[in-house]
Ligand binder design. Structure first.
Ligand code: FES
Length: 106
């Protein structure tokens, strides 16, 4: 089973904010959406845009390159030009720190 990796402290990631952490070579974007945390791979499935630098519109992140949208809760693509979903990852708060792990190979 993969290890949990510290992202930041819960106090530092305010609602509407995001940050990116590398986990075993995978860039993962973690979002605070109204006090709940969600994590997706920080790579747009259209042409590898960095999603965390896009605008968060409700539950959707808008890719800053060409405007594809993804639901940050489910990873589902909701607007073209991307057509493939992005992976999601489990997030937890442990001793005041937000942690994420890549569970795809467990
Ligand atoms: S790289 Fe994200 S929409 Fe093109």
């Amino acid at each position: 089973m993969s290890d949990w990796v510290d992202v930041t402290t819960a106090a530092e990631l305010s609602p509407g904010a995001s940050c990116v952490v590398e986990v075993d070579g995978v860039m993962i974007a973690v979002f605070n959406l109204d006090g709940e945390y969600y994590a997706i791979e920080d790579i747009c499935t259209h042409d590898a845009g960095e999603l965390a630098s896009g605008e968060l519109a409700g539950e959707e992140i808008v890719c800053p390159r060409h405007g594809a949208r993804f639901n940050i809760k489910t990873g589902e693509v909701t607007a073209p030009p991307a057509y493939e979903d992005v992976p999601t990852f489990p997030v937890r708060v442990h001793e005041g720190k937000i942690q994420v792990r890549d569970d795809r190979w467990d």
